[in-house]
Design a protein around this ligand. Structure first.
Ligand SMILES: [Zn+2]
Length: 305
């Protein structure tokens, strides 16, 4: 409680240092993004002449992430802030609220319509934030970011941003087609995706998979023995061959499920690691959004075949 109070005071102190009102930025020099997927999209949109800072690196869980002192400095110095929204960055809400008056903020999820959101079954009125798993929807979110950035910029920059957005969203739509072709290799009866937490709802809806996670939509929710035994029964009943661990969630949880299945005489393997809420290491193929999606789809299809 005391640490929370100190943390809040610290945020307040830092954010009140700069209280000049936001102006129409004609020169955007620095953009701060929360997740790797957003950082990647923004880098594609703005090109090499704008600095893009991504707060959450590989393996980082955005549901649990708390801004560091360095992050707060980056946020207060940024010309534009881009975050996912729908409470993905659950512990940063207070900071975004405070920055709203001073900074240009773009929320990726606002590129989608209400009807396109998946409702969070655990919290009434809340929506599932994992929109990047439906590649076609993600291209709409990227389009929204590109349009907003162009509006904030001088004419010459705006043209560059619009051209780059057009070419990146075209790449994303191509990726969407290739994902559809890849998952079509799997018989529809085999399309059951079990992961550590419920990140793949949009993936399931877009590519026709049943999805289930041991933990809920946010990793902040605890799971109990009953969740493990329910999932074990479901896997045994449906004769599911593989479950998948996630790079940003501990493997321990799913290990209990694998052991539970073994005790019931059903062998289920860990089908591989998926990049769910964070991308892979920088300088690797999986360290890009497109590479991460391709890796996930390949791993899922091979694991369930
Ligand atoms: Zn998540």
């Amino acid at each position: 409680m005391k640490t929370k109070l100190i943390y809040s005071l610290f945020i307040l102190a830092l954010l009140s240092c700069k209280v000049e009102d936001k102006q129409a930025s004609t020169s955007i020099k620095t953009i701060v993004c929360t997740t790797g997927m957003l950082g990647d999209a923004v880098e594609h949109i703005v090109g090499p002449n704008v600095e893009v800072i991504t707060l959450m690196g590989p393996g980082v869980d955005p549901h649990l992430y708390k801004a560091t002192q360095g992050d707060l400095k980056s946020l207060t110095n940024a010309d534009v802030i881009v975050y996912n929204g729908l409470h993905l960055e659950g512990k940063m809400g207070e900071i975004f609220e405070k920055l709203e008056k001073q900074k240009h903020i773009i929320v990726a999820a606002e590129g989608l319509t209400e009807e396109e959101y998946i409702n969070n079954t655990e919290f009434q009125g809340a929506q599932d934030p994992h929109i990047w798993f439906d590649v076609a929807l993600w291209s709409k979110a990227v389009q929204h970011i590109g349009t907003e950035l162009a509006q904030l910029s001088s004419d010459s920059l705006a043209i560059t941003f619009k051209t780059n957005t057009k070419s990146y969203t075209a790449q994303l739509l191509q990726l969407n087609t290739s994902v559809q072709q890849e998952v079509n290799k799997l018989d529809s009866s085999k399309r059951i995706l079990i992961t550590a937490h419920d990140a793949f709802g949009y993936f399931g809806r877009a590519y026709n998979f049943k999805v289930r996670g041991l933990q809920g939509i946010s990793t902040t929710s605890e799971y109990g023995l009953k969740d493990v035994s329910d999932l074990v029964n479901y896997i045994v009943h449906n004769e599911i061959k593989a479950v998948f661990v996630e790079s940003s969630v501990s493997e321990k949880s799913l290990q209990a499920v694998v052991e539970g299945c073994l005790q019931k005489g059903h062998q289920v393997k860990i089908g591989g690691q998926l990049y769910s809420d964070a991308m892979g290491d920088a300088e690797t193929v999986e360290g890009t959004y497109i590479g991460m999606v391709q890796h996930n789809v390949k791993t899922i299809v091979e694991g369930l075949q």
